[in-house]
Design a protein around this ligand. Sequence first.
Ligand code: GDP
Length: 289
Amino acid sequence: MFDSITGSLRNSINKIRHKDDAAALKKATTELKKSLLKADVHHKTSKELITEVELETKKNGIGQDSFINALKKELNEILSTKGNQGFVFSNTPPTTILMTGLQGSGKTTTTGKLANYLKTRKKKVLVAACDLQRLAAVEQLKQIAQQVEVDIYFDDNEKDPVVIAKAAQEKAKKELYDVLLVDTAGRLAIDEELMNQLFEVKNAINPDEIFYVADSLTGHDATKTAITFKEKIGIDGVVLSKYDGDTKGGVALSIAHQVGVPLRFIGVGEKMPDLEVFIPDRIVSRLLG
Ligand code: GDP
């Protein structure tokens, strides 16, 4: 994970060989800029990060240690978007989460991973199969639910996801579930119909939070799409999927900075336990190697 960014960040740090060497700091920040761009970090995010790192390093006296500390501090600040962390339970169960994202982003898998995460914390979880767009999605969720041993609500005869979502919520309330995770349809790209459908499901069940599953491997597109979802339906958290395959690592920085919604979890593999709470410190350590 992150081989390229870690290597080039190290390169930038190594440019500073002597204390109080302003020219070396310049070289280091130029190198830093290159490595951030290579790692798919948005140019606005990169610019702000570099300005802050430069100021902070100068303030504490130019040197490798102060440069590293400044870099750690600024990376941490960018990744620590204000808002909820991990999973937050509502005071009035069931906590209802609407899972959204593009087709193939890992939405159904992430729904299963979250169900598993909650199940291992002794929560009573119901998943609702409202992705009627992708043919195999309901079947996939049935298998996942069986695998992680949580209940599933589906209706093979119903074509309207709003009806299914409402019925699932009713069941979750009546049978005292702690959490209801609603898997929704995705598309290959954003379109009006998808957004309208999500909007209708959202209005029908009034979820406590809306999670957007972003595929880290799609680079800048992940950020752009997250912004559109935020504008059109409102999102409360981002789950970054496929982080295990993202050798660049910059997408977390861009999303945190550009979308302004907290990153809540990261997907780090295809298996159900491969989900981690997003902890900025941990990501910074990984980025810096
Ligand atoms: P959906 O269309 O958004 O519901 O996508 P799926 O849940 O079917 O996931 C698409 C593919 O991505 C599947 O092959 C998943 O196994 C894979 N996938 C999902 N999350 C992760 C992850 O965190 N890491 C890896 N390596 N693969 C993932």
